[in-house]
Design a protein around this ligand. Structure first.
Ligand SMILES: C[S@@+](CC[C@H](N)C(=O)[O-])C[C@H]1O[C@@H](n2cnc3c(N)ncnc32)[C@H](O)[C@@H]1O
Length: 233
């Protein structure tokens, strides 16, 4: 599967450069705007993801595209040992977490095969240049029996909620972003949803690279979706 490439959105190496620069730019106010635009729902979504991993205390979890470290903090709250990885120096500099952080590309992890007990990734699937490469990479580094929890925006199944959410995400969020941060970045955000393949494609792709028990959990009426899976033993 190749990530769909809408004509007006960047792709390939251009996309990686633009995404990295964009996050460097918006890093200082990233958390503030996240909390405002999700009404703090993002906090609950990450904690739901960590609960969904269902890993024993002391397990090692890579948080990929960790940004400012929110997921790392939640993982530590649940007694897990996170390592955050992100390619944006700006996001890592703005991070507020005691977890170790590494600057690296999530598509080429500096991690040996079958090395970690779990992986989390929040709101970054849309930002990767190739989701197939990403799924192969996470399948490579997770131990047999290890767990993954991937969180990203979704499409509510209820037509009224879908309409309201689309109006909010497409109109209000870019205005909040323009007022408090970078207008281009927050105009890109709703458009970037077009990169996401359908639920069925995502589930199929995760099964193809070797994950079992793959499920999609819609959160808050489906405005966010969580993909959980277990690395085959
Ligand atoms: C929307 S932010 C999400 C941050 C954090 N996971 C959260 O839940 O708030 C997306 C993050 O993905 C990172 N990112 C995008 N592509 C990446 C890649 N190929 N390798 C590492 N980080 C990447 C960006 O730098 C940014 O920090």
């Amino acid at each position: 599967m190749t990530v769909p490439q809408p004509n007006d959105l960047p792709h390939g190496e251009d996309k990686a450069i633009i995404v990295e620069e964009m996050f460097d730019q918006i890093a200082p106010r990233y958390n503030l705007i996240n909390r405002l635009m999700t009404f703090r729902l993002d906090v609950g979504w990450r904690r739901r993801t960590v609960r969904g991993l269902d890993l024993e205390a002391g397990s090692t979890v890579l948080d990929l595209a960790c940004g400012t470290g929110d997921f790392c903090n939640d993982l530590m709250r649940f007694g897990l040992n996170p390592v955050g990885i992100d390619f944006s120096a700006g996001m890592l500099a703005a991070a507020a977490t005691d977890a170790p952080l590494v600057r690296a590309d999530a598509l080429q992890l500096p991690v040996p095969d079958s090395h970690v007990d779990g992986i989390t990734c929040g709101f970054a699937l849309r930002n990767f240049t190739d989701l197939t490469d990403f799924f192969h990479e996470i399948a490579r580094v997770v131990k047999p029996g290890g767990r993954i929890g991937l969180l990203d925006v979704g499409q509510p199944s209820n037509p009224l909620l879908r309409w309201g959410y689309s109006a909010y995400f497409g109109t209000i969020v870019p205005k909040i972003g323009a007022l408090l941060s970078d207008p281009n970045a927050y105009a890109y955000l709703p458009k970037s949803v077009d990169y996401l393949p359908s639920t069925e494609e995502l589930l199929d792709e995760l099964r193809t690279v070797g994950f079992t028990d793959v499920t999609r959990v819609p959160l808050t009426g489906g405005i966010t979706q969580l993909f959980l899976g277990t690395q085959a033993a």
